[in-house]
Design a protein around this ligand. Structure first.
Ligand code: PLP
Length: 401
């Protein structure tokens, strides 16, 4: 039989701009936590499309909602109202701090909307936003500029101005960075891309207090942490902090492109017709998928199970860490977004560990050049966690440090 993976890969490599370093598999079908490639190999997916397919691949309720909506109405733009968009906004408002929603198509776009809102809602001359080292807010120019990691800036300068970067965890540094031009502090409750690093409760509460003290807005980027990933619908619920603006994307529609920016009535009043828009934002098919996704997540026991399964995953990872103290130094994360931090001696082998896992049919990744990241569909079963942990144990046994 012809090697379909190889065939499609070489065709793709001929025509795509090389923005991605991809694993050598052409994914063809998915169900639950499993993916199948073009040659029929199966993989246990512990990345879920980078924290996107929270209900697993092709969840029947989401597939039914997509199919039904695709047969009825696919697109009308925001010149008209649609029911799926309205239902989704109602669900988001009913289950969060927010009163109002703007719909976008991705995390970066949701963050762009948040940045624009923070600026337009603040007094004239106040436009600077403080962001944290190790953050990741997207790849558009403004969100790259917000992202306080120089490796994402290189070659794209001059970056849009108006972002000030401070050291994560240092509340005094944040305090010192507030100036006459500051309008907001923007951060992720848990920094995924730098290696699954949750903020401490004390620090995020400190940022909230600083915002209150100095009249700033707190923007929480919950693009990765939102929609049940951390064991509550939104991560902020576990920090005892309420944001002024929150962004969502990734898991919101279980795989269809979507983003959302949520805020209060008071702030939302600054955005009037003509100030912001999106042709595709709030697309009826994506919104129908999101409504179906949210209904599953809000059903009794769903988030409780995510929390319990997440505890189990961290216990199992901790046992791996204890067995390989020279390779792994820390387990960190929330809910089902977890990382095994590699030691300084082992960090160079991160990509090789991920590759060996891939060869054995297990998908994980190496985040922030420091931690193995495990973010499976939220429906993952303990037996599937056991299989990944066994494979990881076998792979780590081969690593020389
Ligand atoms: N914000 C966070 C916290 C993210 O993790 C990401 C993507 O990884 C983004 C923003 C950007 O989202 P998108 O790739 O949908 O633009």
């Amino acid at each position: 039989m012809e090697d379909q993976n190889q065939l499609i890969r070489s065709r793709a490599d001929d025509v795509f701009i090389r923005t991605y370093a991809r694993y050598p598999a052409v994914m063809e079908a998915g169900s639950g936590c499993e993916l199948r490639d073009a040659d029929g190999r199966t993989y246990l997916d512990f990345l879920a499309g980078i924290a996107v397919c929270a209900l697993g691949h092709c969840h029947p309720a989401v597939t039914a909602a997509i199919t039904e909506q695709a047969g009825r109405l696919v697109h009308v733009s925001n010149l008209y109202y649609t029911k799926p968009q309205t239902e989704l906004a109602e669900l988001l408002v009913a289950n969060s701090f927010a009163d109002r929603v703007f719909m976008a198509n991705s995390g970066a776009e949701a963050n762009e909307a948040a940045i624009k809102l923070a600026r337009i809602a603040s007094a004239e001359g106040k436009y600077e936003i403080i962001t944290l080292s190790g953050s990741f807010h997207g790849r558009t120019l403004a969100t790259v500029s917000a992202t306080a990691q120089p490796k994402f800036h290189k070659g794209f300068e001059p970056l849009p101005e108006g972002f000030v970067h401070v050291e994560t965890g240092d509340i005094e540094a944040a305090r010192r960075a507030v100036g006459e031009r500051t309008c907001a502090i923007m951060c992720e409750p848990l920094q995924g891309e730098v290696g699954v690093r949750p903020l401490t409760r004390e620090y995020l509460q400190g940022l909230r207090a600083l915002c209150d003290e100095r009249g700033l807005l707190l923007i929480l980027d919950e693009v990765q942490t939102g929609m049940g990933r951390t064991g509550t619908l939104f991560a902020y619920e576990q920090f005892g902090v309420v944001p002024d603006i929150m962004t969502l994307a990734k898991a919101l529609a279980n795989g269809l492109p979507i983003g959302a920016m949520l805020t209060t009535d008071r702030l939302a009043a600054s955005l009037v017709p003509g100030t912001h828009a999106s042709t595709f934002g709030g697309n009826p098919v994506a919104c129908a998928a999101a409504v179906a996704t949210m209904k599953v997540m809000l059903a009794d026991g769903f988030l409780e199970t995510v929390r319990a399964t997440g505890d189990y995953m961290r216990q199992r990872l901790a046992a791996v860490m204890d067995k390989y103290p020279r390779i792994a130094t820390q387990v960190r994360g929330m809910g089902l977004l977890n990382g095994l931090v590699l030691s300084a001696a082992a960090v160079e082998q991160g990509p090789a560990i991920v590759n060996q896992m891939f060869e054995r049919g297990f998908l994980i990744n190496f985040a922030g050049n420091c931690a193995l990241r495990l973010a499976p569909p939220l429906i993952v079963e303990r037996a599937q966690i056991d299989r990944v942990i066994e494979a990881l144990d076998e792979v780590l046994a081969t690593i020389q440090v």
